[in-house]
Design a protein around this ligand. Structure first.
Ligand SMILES: Cc1ncc(COP(=O)(O)O)c(C=O)c1O
Length: 344
């Protein structure tokens, strides 16, 4: 049976109701939430109409459903997407990754992503990555891509008895180009809804900051909600300090000072987090890093999350509390948009 507009409408309404306070429930579902989802559906319809001018309906279905999901792959420089089952990335999560925004055939903050990757390789005792080769392959893959996401994975390759490393390490290099996610403009303009996750982050100073392949904590945290009106979950560590989002870093503003959790024990040192911290100097925004509680986050004047793909999204609702996008969040969003202007 086809999924009808009415069913969709009802599903959005039902999933949203779970997260409303009793007062809000009595008042009904905020209209902008529902409108954002209809807008997303509408833009999908427009895209399909455009595609129908060039391709048959069967070709489009093939493309979206299974045969080709719009992803291009390069493994060790070759165009395919098959990997040996003995690869240690698969066996042990023994590797690292980067996710980079692509704009008009260019890689945003590529040097910074390469720096984190190189540092990660050093910490995980992997050979130093060949950055000029990576760049050459990445540019070939993203040629003609207007807006997308490039993912780079480096693993320790195959071999070794048990956990022991092989005598000679031949890393596997996977590059994949993905379509840019189709997020409604309202996430950027008004902000998103978030919850606190139950899943806690363990502490590990050796691995903290790295974008390594072991992401089970995030996978379990992301499984805690399936409502389309919730976009992010905020994660605490085992001592109940706020660390980051399931896919982002978190910042908050209190009395004109910008705060972000320090990431010495857990969390990923995001490239966008670093970029935001650098922008605070130019914008003369005082900032502090430290350990903060759930309550401190809830008492904030502004909250936002960052990553390399979404940029900066304000949080407009966390748990049961509403926030409005403040001046500091807006000024950082503007500064990021100005930076990106050179790629457009
Ligand atoms: C758990 C987690 N923290 C932080 C980030 C932000 O990292 P970046 O700014 O490098 O995209 C991500 C991005 O995917 C993430 O998954």
């Amino acid at each position: 049976m086809p999924y009808t507009l009415e069913q969709f409408q009802r599903d959005v309404a039902l999933s949203h109701l779970k997260y409303l306070t009793p007062e809000e429930r009595a008042a009904g579902i905020p209209e902008d939430e529902v409108r954002a989802y209809f807008e997303e559906q509408r833009s999908k319809k427009i895209m399909i109409k455009e595609l129908l001018k060039k391709f048959s309906a069967e070709e489009i279905l093939d493309y979206f459903e299974n045969k080709n999901d719009g992803v291009k792959w390069l493994i060790n420089g070759e165009q395919h997407n098959e990997l040996s089952i003995s690869d240690r990335g698969f066996q042990y999560g023994d590797g690292l990754f980067e996710t980079i925004e692509v704009l008009n055939g260019q890689l945003i903050l590529f040097a910074q992503h390469c720096q984190r990757l190189t540092l990660g390789c050093k910490k995980l005792l992997l050979p130093e990555p060949n950055i000029s080769l990576l760049k050459q392959e990445a540019l070939a893959l993203i040629k003609n891509c207007q807006h997308g996401v490039l993912k780079i994975i480096i693993t320790r390759g195959s071999g070794g008895r048990g956990y022991r490393q092989p005598e000679s390490i031949e890393p596997t290099r996977v590059l994949s180009l993905h379509p840019y996610p189709n997020n409604p403009d309202s996430f950027q303009q008004q902000g998103i809804n978030a919850i606190f996750c139950q899943q806690r982050l363990g502490l590990n100073p050796t691995l903290a900051g790295l974008k390594h392949l072991n992401r089970l904590e995030q996978v379990l945290a992301r499984a805690e909600w399936d409502s389309p009106v919730i976009q992010e979950g905020i994660m605490l560590d085992i001592n109940d300090y706020v660390i980051e989002g399931t896919m982002s870093n978190v910042f908050f503003v209190k009395d004109n000072i910008l705060y972000t959790p320090s990431l010495e024990q857990s969390g990923i040192a995001g490239i966008m987090r670093d970029f935001v911290l650098k922008m605070t100097h130019a914008l003369a925004i005082e900032n502090k890093q430290g350990l903060f509680t759930q309550q401190q986050l809830l008492d904030a004047d502004e909250i936002f999350v960052t990553n390399s793909v979404i940029g900066i999204w304000a949080i407009k609702k966390l748990a049961e509390k509403s926030f409005s996008k403040g001046q500091i969040t807006q000024s950082l969003q503007t500064a990021l948009a100005e930076y990106k202007q050179q790629f457009i």
